[in-house]
Design a protein around this ligand. Structure first.
Ligand SMILES: *[C@@H]1O[C@H](CO)[C@@H](O)[C@H](O)[C@H]1NC(C)=O
Ligand SMILES: *[C@@H]1O[C@H](CO)[C@@H](O)[C@H](O)[C@H]1NC(C)=O
Ligand SMILES: *[C@@H]1O[C@H](CO)[C@@H](O)[C@H](O)[C@H]1NC(C)=O
Ligand SMILES: *[C@@H]1O[C@H](CO)[C@@H](O)[C@H](O)[C@H]1NC(C)=O
Ligand SMILES: *[C@@H]1O[C@H](CO)[C@@H](O)[C@H](O)[C@H]1NC(C)=O
Length: 480
């Protein structure tokens, strides 16, 4: 189907629904007060896992033009290179030989491997080319007795200085709370002090120190932050997944109770942060829908967008300062498909979020139940859409199996730009996505314009769908 008729069908769909008795949801955005601030450029970032290097890159190609365009399309962004395999990495700038590409089985993440200068150069040239900022997870399992041994980290850092690569931040250890050979949170805190001293001795004193990247909120992160760790870090991180990818089913990706389960986790993390490191930010340092590389056929399809959008909305609203999506490439939760480099549906949600959602977060009231979830910010003004001062963006999802009508009386009669994402043929596990009823297709391997449709009336949104509404004429003082 070509774009135009599809869009026409979508409009007719909208109009037809008016005649039905569609449940009406009244939303009031409290624009009188900004309740949170995020950094709109880097609040959402992405990850790449060290196992890519360990396993001969799993098809990742730094020179693939489509991949580079997709990466540029979501700039600016953090790229966090991390994961269990980073704690098996040794940097060897003198090793030139290619890795063994004949093996058929992915090695366990705990298999030691070498990062060559070429590997490291590739990462750094990539982030430079696409306009991202790099955060790298240093191997914390290199230990001389009880203490972390920084020798190899220093080799890497000296090489990095020589090459002039800017480093936005460093981590030390991935999920240390489940290291088979225990490292106490107090010891890890001391190791972070060592890292800080190493960074100071090189021109990396401005790079952020981020950690401890635990599996979740618990005693370990609390003890780490109470001790030396808390005084050294610039941002505290925990990881978050809703469930195990090997045992998850479609309905879990549509379950508002599962979405709400994140609330309690963020609350407890914020409470730990407030008590131990007042004033310092907390991040979801590695996060996705399902751990164990996602759920094949689900976490790489349209339906994954519900959990992803809700995580972004909740996190910003509650006071988390960065959300790093596992991952950009690799596994079943990847934003782009492994080997083909075509975007998965979550990629488009990510790009629209990057372009539309600004720093100031508002509270709101809604007459909806928890199956219609709504978030509001000032609209981002520095994207291709060039929204002006005072613009507001509302992003929302309808988890019901019927349409709902979203009414915002405070913006009644004003024009609104609609960016509504739906799955083709109502197939929740589609690997492509429609914007306002028309398929999003790459144009010569580059992003298409992603044009909004314009309405002045309330918006009736289809069952099980999500999207963004921008109010360019809102004239909200807090967004000026
Ligand atoms: C892997 O590397 C770590 C840290 O360098 C070392 O302690 C460990 O013995 C190595 N494991 C193997 C199997 O070589
Ligand atoms: C997706 O998950 C399946 C099952 O866990 C796994 O075999 C497969 O390798 C994963 N796909 C990717 C691209 O990682
Ligand atoms: C947001 O609004 C809800 C509902 O009125 C209220 O319960 C909550 O306390 C508000 N939150 C903030 C941060 O103002
Ligand atoms: C939905 O899309 C997926 C991915 O293309 C496909 O495998 C599946 O058969 C489709 N389901 C239906 C009901 O069309
Ligand atoms: C729902 O939205 C339409 C626009 O699509 C609007 O004109 C209409 O008044 C709304 N209907 C109901 C029942 O709220």
């Amino acid at each position: 189907m070509s774009a135009l008729p599809a869009f026409a069908v979508f409009c007719i769909y909208f109009v037809q629904l008016v005649s039905l008795q569609t449940p009406k949801i009244t939303i009031n955005v409290d624009v009188s007060k900004v309740i949170q601030d995020i950094d709109e450029d880097v609040f959402m970032g992405v990850t790449l896992d060290c196992y890519l290097m360990q396993d001969n890159w799993e098809g990742f190609d730094f020179r693939n033009g489509r991949m580079l365009n997709l990466a540029k399309g979501m700039a600016p962004s953090f790229l966090r290179i991390g994961g269990t395999a980073c704690d098996s990495l040794t940097f060897d700038p003198n090793r030139l030989e290619k890795k063994d590409i004949s093996k058929l089985v992915r090695p366990p993440f705990t298999t030691n491997f070498t990062m060559t200068a070429e590997d490291w150069d590739n990462f750094n040239m990539f982030v430079k080319e696409v306009g991202w900022k790099m955060i790298f997870g240093i191997n914390a399992k290199k230990r001389g007795g009880a203490e972390w041994d920084p020798t190899n980290a220093i080799v890497l850092l000296q090489y990095t200085v020589k090459k002039g690569y800017p480093m936005y931040g460093f981590e030390l250890g991935n999920e240390p709370d489940i290291f088979p050979k225990k490292v106490s949170p107090q010891q890890l805190g001391e190791d972070f002090v060592t890292l800080q001293n190493v960074l100071k001795s090189l021109p990396f004193e401005k790079s952020l120190i981020i950690g401890p990247d635990t599996t979740g909120v618990g005693q370990y992160v609390d003890d780490f932050l109470k001790g030396d760790g808390g005084s050294v870090i610039n941002a505290a991180t925990v990881h978050h997944y809703y469930f195990d990818g090997r045992h998850s089913v479609l309905s879990m990706f549509l379950d508002p109770n599962i979405m709400d389960s994140l609330k309690a986790k963020i609350e407890s993390f914020l409470a730990v942060g407030k008590a131990d490191i007042p004033g310092k930010p907390v991040w979801l340092g590695e996060t996705s829908s399902a751990y164990n590389t996602g759920t094949p056929g689900i976490s790489d399809t349209y339906v994954a967008g519900f959990l992803w959008m809700d995580k972004l909305g909740l996190s910003a609203k509650m006071g988390v300062k960065a959300v790093l999506r596992q991952d950009f490439y690799g596994g079943n939760y990847s934003l782009i498909q492994q080997n083909t480099f075509f975007p998965n549906p979550d990629y488009w949600l990510t790009v629209l979020y990057k372009r539309l959602v600004g720093s100031h977060v508002f509270n709101l009231t809604s007459t909806a139940d928890k199956s219609v979830r709504v978030y509001a910010h000032c609209a981002k003004r520095t994207s291709v859409y060039k929204y002006g001062a005072g613009s507001v963006v509302v992003y929302a999802m309808n988890l019901h199996e019927s349409d709902v009508n979203l009414t915002l009386p405070q913006f009644a009669g004003q024009s609104r730009d609609v960016y509504w994402l739906t799955p083709p043929n109502n197939n929740l596990t589609a690997t492509t996505v429609n914007l306002n009823g028309a398929p999003i297709n790459l144009m010569n391997d580059d992003l298409p314009p992603l044009t909004p449709s314009k309405l002045t009336s309330d918006v009736t949104v289809p069952p099980r769908s999500f999207g963004f509404l921008v109010f360019p004429q809102a004239g909200v003082a807090a967004c000026k």
